[in-house]
Design a protein around this ligand. Structure first.
Ligand code: IMP
Ligand code: MG
Length: 184
């Protein structure tokens, strides 16, 4: 079992399994609306998935433009939860086919916010690709168009995703299961 920063990480999705899903997702995306395609990766968690997926898109013959947006959730409590733009995209999305990429679809708030905002700005079509779908945690009526894996309700790390800024560099997705060598 991999040990990083003194923690045991149990792999859930291997680098190979993810690469294979990325190839399948790219082939699916190529069948959808891709005229003048603009890919928007939602930072920070999606940066590795996006980097791999856009290269898989190249392999199936697509030539997207790539943009980044940093979104942040606020109000972690139960009542007023919202999403705000920390750093916006530079491009005009009017009449563009947009593919939003995120790491995890959980409550759906982040991606619903992003999708609605892009339609308000005049995007022609907005579709969503996520590596992981934690559908049991959904709070909004929103589904992704392309999903890597249906994810159990674990807090996962790696392949871009962090816990307290750690573990983004792992080439696989895993779960922190405990301390190595009996350390606490
Ligand atoms: P939601 O769909 O608005 O609830 O937000 C999902 C976002 O929460 C994802 O883009 C991640 O940034 C973060 N997130 C949710 N679950 C996890 C997890 O298990 N590990 C790391 N980040 C997570
Ligand atoms: Mg995120």
């Amino acid at each position: 079992m991999p040990v990083v920063r003194g923690k045991i990480i149990e792999p859930l999705y291997s680098a190979e399994a993810i690469a294979e899903r990325n190839r399948s997702i790219a082939a699916e995306i190529a069948k959808g609306p891709t005229k003048d395609l603009l890919v928007i990766a939602i930072l920070k968690g999606s940066f590795i998935f996006a980097a791999d997926l856009i290269r898989a898109l190249h392999d199936v013959g697509l030539a997207p433009e790539v943009e980044f947006i940093t979104l942040s959730s606020y109000g972690a409590g139960t009542v007023s939860q919202g999403v705000r733009i920390v750093k916006d995209i530079d491009s005009d999305v009017k009449d563009r086919d947009v593919l939003l990429i995120d790491d995890i679809l959980e409550s759906g708030r982040t991606l619903l916010f992003a999708k609605q905002m892009l339609y308000e700005r005049g995007a022609r079509n907005v579709s969503i690709a996520v590596l992981l779908d934690k559908s049991v945690k959904r709070k909004e009526e929103l589904e992704a168009d392309y999903v890597g894996f249906e994810c159990p309700d674990y807090f996962v790390v790696g392949y871009g995703m962090d816990v307290a800024y750690a573990f983004r560099e792992l080439p696989f997705v895993g779960v922190v299961t405990g301390d190595a060598l009996g350390e606490s």
